[in-house]
Design a protein around this ligand. Structure first.
Ligand SMILES: Nc1ncnc2c1ncn2[C@@H]1O[C@H](COP(=O)(O)OP(=O)(O)OP(=O)(O)O)[C@@H](O)[C@H]1O
Ligand SMILES: [Mg+2]
Length: 308
């Protein structure tokens, strides 16, 4: 592999690792932190639910918190201050407990009855000095479930919280909320509920422009790529709908092209090509926002604002 491709690869890795701590992101992070640090002083653990559509940045938020207190190994034990598990598919209570056991390094996590696994988990959580449990993809346990099934999930969760006395943060798509809607007992244990919404440049242009600015500043290019110049925020918004995954997909690919072509910054044409290649099929817009004239973009935005 040539030296120059190694340089490009290092820069691409850097781009993949960019994490923008925008205000709403920090505010949800602070709430999670609050559950972790204040629960020990409360009669019942302070639990929280975070919902949002696909690609808005839920799992990124979890890893940002996780990195603040990574697991550590001492001579006689492993400490896991924050335990993160994904609800597996097919979603069952037994499978979920096994995923939590696996996260704590338990051998043969699938072994035994649900009751055996539950007792083993409570014991291990104490031994690993776990302070917070985060369950990602929580909608798997409740979506398309009958009322009875959702109530069973709620009961199992309540038992885990009561016995472990550890706060839980449930994270998932909006369908995850039904677990709290169907169970008043569980609902009371989850007073903090936050939703991550896509950036809406039409309603809050400054939020989106600040995000563009922060992201651009973190890119490893010599020159500015002008993400906040004149019509560019509108073009980014039209191309991505304000969805984080769509935004990073576009910028990562355009950055790769810019690096391979040895450019000093990302060119508009590179964004246009990446849009065509990776987003056009899903977005199904009437045109490529990075190829329209300023006048056409202005018109497009006016039309979007009109029916509102
Ligand atoms: N604050 C952020 N800074 C930088 N990149 C981010 C940020 N939030 C999300 N991303 C990027 O957006 C993409 C989607 O984020 P993520 O996987 O966290 O979404 P999600 O809400 O968990 O989606 P899903 O419901 O499909 O699991 C990822 O590639 C991630 O790196
Ligand atoms: Mg996710």
């Amino acid at each position: 592999m040539s030296r120059s491709y190694d340089d490009i690869r290092a820069k691409l890795r850097l781009i993949n690792e960019i994490c923008v701590h925008y205000p709403a992101f920090n505010s949800i992070l602070r709430d999670m932190e609050r559950c972790l640090s204040e629960s020990a002083d409360m009669a019942e653990p302070l639990c929280m639910m975070v919902t949002g559509d696909t690609g808005v940045g839920k799992s990124t938020l979890i890893s940002a918190l996780y990195k603040t207190r990574p697991p550590s190994t001492t001579s006689d034990r492993v400490e896991v201050p924050i335990l993160v598990a994904e609800v597996p598919l097919p979603a069952t209570i037994g499978g979920l407990i096994a995923a939590l056991l696996a996260g704590l390094g338990a051998p043969f996590p699938e072994k035994g009855t649900i009751e055996y696994k539950r007792r083993r988990l409570i014991e291990l959580l104490a031994r690993c000095q776990t302070l917070l449990v985060i369950l990602d993809e929580f909608q798997h346990l409740v979506e398309r479930g009958t009322r009875q099934r959702i109530e069973t999930v709620a009961d199992a969760l309540k038992t885990l919280i009561n016995h472990s006395r550890i706060p839980f943060v449930l994270v998932g798509m909006p369908a995850a909320r039904s677990v709290l809607e169907y169970s008043p007992q569980l609902s009371g244990r989850f007073p903090i509920r936050r939703e991550i919404i896509p950036f809406n440049w039409l309603d809050r242009p400054l939020d989106f422009e600040r995000l563009l600015e922060c992201f651009e500043k973190s890119l490893p290019f010599e020159k500015s790529s002008g993400f906040t110049d004149e019509s560019i925020p509108a073009r980014f918004f039209l191309a991505t709908g304000g969805n984080f995954r769509a935004f990073v997909t576009l910028v990562r690919d355009a950055s790769r092209s810019a690096l391979l072509q040895d450019c000093a910054c990302i060119e508009r044409e590179q964004l246009a090509c990446s849009y065509d290649k990776l987003l056009a099929k899903n977005r199904r817009l009437r045109a490529n926002p990075f190829r329209e004239t300023d006048k056409a973009i202005e018109h497009w935005v006016t039309n979007l604002k009109e029916p509102r």
